[in-house]
Ligand binder design. Structure first.
Ligand code: BES
Ligand code: MN
Ligand code: ZN
Length: 505
């Protein structure tokens, strides 16, 4: 799919655009957007609205052919709801309807001429970004493992956005950024959807190495021996039952000044979570191939920002392994020593995410990070709390962390990849008490996602840190089973914001 900008000026108006299809907006009070008016010299669009063929409700669509006096072959009327300041939600429905119709049209090219400038609190760049992500999302097929791919029939391959000449340069930058973000999301989806017998820790490590070659990043992969030397007893205890070797992945993008402290992204990389000796029930256990969703998302985010060559120093860190039962597996009650020196009583081997993350969170201290964000499919309890709409966002409660939380929440909102803040408080820490070790790895049935975050908090006291529990958002179950690519949009928007601030400095 190819995206570009079609500059609008006095000479090049909507009616002169030679294209397979031009998409314009109509409203639910039967009025036309400026672009629709420009194509309606003979009143044909007005007549379609009057006839009731299209309501103008958000997301409604009607395709017309051979309108008089215009160069475009087809006009796609798209409903945008109420005229005036258009809500984000209505605009998104219209974009999705447009992308969906484009995907079914006879091949060729199309122009989107929606009122990008009329979205409440957002600008044209936001609208273009949304459109590109929606179109790429609709075009993705999880068919890598199918022996016969369904042939792609029809669909518009080249899409241009009609934008005033004055805004064309910034819109072009937006197009490039949105394509990079879509490429990152696609990598994340692909890694998530691949089965655990293909997407192993070694496969994730090779993906990082490949990215390093393609985007001039540096990749370092630590193996079991090196992890033993680092005394990552907690991480290694999770790998005990598995024959797949663990990998600890470090991938660096050095786009900022040499002395600038890096932003570190840590991703949970459990390529299959059987639960270990505390084995999970069989139903839907296949979905535990998605337990590397955090790892996939930080790699996808890296792919996006490396393609954009953002002027930031960013380091991705992934503890990757399987969680399997066997005669050599860690047993409930075993006590392990983490890299930080803190001892952990493994009361449930299925609470393995925190066990791999805590050592990664200690390891990243060496980078003297500006901040650390981890993303993890950490707890079923987070799904109980927030469902599948919001990722859980956890930080400490001081000024620095409140500011970081707000920045992440705003990035998620802008990117349509939202998070909701959850508490970290000392009162919950008490649930992690162990009679025999410094802490247990579970905090009982109450507030499971909070106690998991409290566990991680104990390993992050040397830097600014945020935790995203993406258990409910990283993939979909049921008929539409598949990776969502979240939270790549949130993380990428956050880093884009940081890059903008860095440039302004
Ligand atoms: N990977 C799971 C969390 C998970 C479960 C994500 C279902 C998405 C859907 C994690 O390792 C886990 O098993 N957590 C346990 C923790 C419990 C034993 C304290 C859970 O949530 O049940
Ligand atoms: Mn588990
Ligand atoms: Zn897990």
């Amino acid at each position: 799919m190819d995206f570009s900008i079609k500059p609008l000026d006095a000479k090049n108006g909507y009616a002169t655009f030679k294209t397979g299809c031009i998409a314009v907006a109509v409203f639910d009070d039967k009025t036309l957007s400026a672009a629709a008016k420009a194509l309606d010299s003979k009143g044909e669009i007005q007549a379609a609205l009057k006839s009731g063929d299209i309501t103008g409700k958000p997301g409604s669509a009607l395709l017309l052919r051979n309108l008089s006096g215009i160069a475009a072959e087809r006009v796609l009327l798209v409903g945008l709801g109420k005229p005036g300041a258009i809500t984000e939600k209505d605009f998104t429905s219209a974009l999705q309807a447009t992308a969906r119709t484009f995907a079914t049209l006879g091949g060729g090219d199309a122009i989107v001429a929606l009122p990008f400038d009329s979205v409440a609190k957002r600008d044209a760049n936001w609208a273009i970004h949304c459109f590109i992500l929606a179109a790429r999302d609709g075009a993705y097929r999880p068919d890598t493992m199918k022996s016969k791919k369904e042939p792609v029939t029809g669909g518009v391959k080249k899409i241009a956005f009609a934008i005033d000449t004055k805004q064309a340069a910034s819109a072009r930058e937006t197009v490039a950024q949105a394509i990079a973000t879509a490429n990152g999301i696609e990598l994340t989806k692909e890694l998530g959807n691949l089965p655990a017998n293909v997407c192993t820790p070694t496969y994730l490590a090779n993906t990082a190495k490949k990215m390093a070659r393609e985007f001039k990043l540096t990749a370092e992969i630590l193996d079991r021996k090196q992890l033993q030397a680092l005394k990552m007893g907690s991480f290694l205890s999770v790998t005990n039952g598995s024959v797949e070797p663990p990998k600890f992945i470090v991938l660096k993008h050095s786009g900022g000044k040499a002395k600038e402290a890096p932003i570190v992204l840590v991703g949970k990389g459990i390529t299959f979570d059987s639960g270990g000796i505390s084995i999970k029930p069989g139903a839907a256990m296949d979905e535990m191939k998605y337990d590397m969703g955090g790892a996939a998302a930080v790699l996808g985010t890296m792919r996006a920002i490396a393609e954009m060559n953002l002027p930031l120093n960013v380091i991705v860190v992934i503890p990757a392994c399987e969680n399997m039962p066997s005669g050599s597996a860690t047993k409930p009650g075993d006590i392990v020593t983490s890299m930080s020196g803190q001892t952990i009583e493994v009361l449930n081997t299925d609470a393995e995410g925190r066990l791999v993350l805590c050592d990664a969170l200690t390891y990243v201290e060496r980078f003297k990070p500006a901040l650390v964000i981890d993303a993890a499919t950490l707890t079923g309890a987070c799904i109980t709390a927030l469902g599948h709409h919001n990722s859980g966002l956890f930080t400490r409660n001081d000024d620095v962390h409140d500011a970081l939380a707000n920045e992440l929440l705003a990035a998620g909102k802008a990117a349509g990849d939202t998070a909701w803040r959850m508490p970290i408080e000392d009162s919950y820490q008490e649930q992690l008490k162990s009679n025999f070790a410094d802490m247990g790895n579970i905090g009982g049935p109450a507030a499971g996602s909070v106690t998991a975050a409290c566990f991680l908090e104990r390993y992050t006291r040397k830097y600014t840190w945020a935790h995203l529990d993406i258990a409910g958002t990283a993939w979909k179950s049921g008929a539409a089973k598949g990776s969502t690519g979240r939270p790549v949009p949130l993380l990428t928007a956050f880093l884009l914001g940081r890059a903008k601030a860095a440039k302004a400095r």
